[in-house]
Design a protein around this ligand. Sequence first.
Ligand SMILES: Cc1ncc(COP(=O)(O)O)c(C=O)c1O
Length: 427
Amino acid sequence: MTTAAKRVRRELRSPPISDAGAAFDVERVRGDFPILRQRVHGKTLVYLDNAATSQKPQVVIDAICGYYALDNANIHRGVHFLSEHATEEYERARRMVQDFLNAAQADEIIFVRGATEAINLVAQTYGRCCVSAGDEVLISAMEHHSNIVPWQILCEEIGARLRVAPISDSGELLLEDFGKLLGPRTKIVAITHVSNALGTINPIRRIIEMAHQRSVPVLIDGAQAVPHLKVDVQALDCDFYVFSGHKVYGPTGIGVLYGKSALLDAMPPYQGGGDMISSVTFEQTTYNKLPYKFEAGTPHVAGAIGLGAAINYVNDLGMSNIAMHEHELLAYATQALSAIPGVRLIGTARERAGVLSFLLDNIHPHDIGTVLDQEGIAVRTGHHCAQPVMQRFGIAATARASLALYNTREEVDVLVEGIQKVREVFV
Ligand SMILES: Cc1ncc(COP(=O)(O)O)c(C=O)c1O
């Protein structure tokens, strides 16, 4: 490699990230996200659609570009320099995810496309081998479609039954009812850590304890939790934990399934193909060890490396600093929105993270979103892939503002002004 190439590589690998342990300085953090500097419809962009996907800091963009500029090669099967280097970087990303979740072993981390694929993987492998006709799968009434439909497909295929634990008017899981639904036929509990439609933080430690008292394994959908909360899968003792890279400042198309190694070992493979085998003949195939047994085909190497950079980034800021900043901002936003005449918050659980779902008088949420867009404010409107949540509250849709580590009080003030403009137009 030339000296110039080495220098470029070093520069790409030595990102200008915030000092570890430094006080959380949101203005400085915003400087790390190039997309936030742009204007939309002539207005400063106020990005409040973070539950759908979050923006990427420059270090993540650089890690992806750096991989394609300098390291691109297929992994695990090359003897040449680039292949070995790409393999090292991919496996380093896996160890970073392991540390991020505090998993006991790196081979308990399976790279997948996202939370959706991770849940489908568990439903189609653990589900097919361990759930039989007449058995039950227990979920909650606040799940994203990703944590409903894969289980419905499984239940339909094998004649099992999907049970749903109800939620209260404030959007909290009714734990007593959940406990009553845990029965001798329950073969798995699959539940969200944080609701994308309501923001509710579920008491997952208690839920896991209750399920384990009956020897029922638990899958936690952490898609909306990992950007906001420190997660420790060993302390939680969950059996599976899933999340998507793109919601935690990483790239799209990469996500994680954590599973206890004993369970993963016992499960059949999900997809067949290259890398997931240890030997193949026409008569018989033997499968590779963990985690490769579940990573058939060429994986999203750049995505894993980008996710590693995103994890580095949030670690450097400090998950507790992020949580504190967002907690304070959510309290400020909740108070500010509640004070606007005609606003009704959907989801008022005592423990919430990141999400403000709301209605405004009888104005259709799409109209709210369109007027806000003209003000440069990005919010999401609709059912948020959680139609049963909408049915539970007797509504068709909400407008949803969702927060990230780079949002500010000033942006919340712009949102409040925007909502007032919506009222001026429609009321
Ligand atoms: C709670 C929850 N689970 C699962 C998903 C699915 O994530 P992905 O589409 O990245 O697979 C989402 C996405 O919004 C979500 O909010």
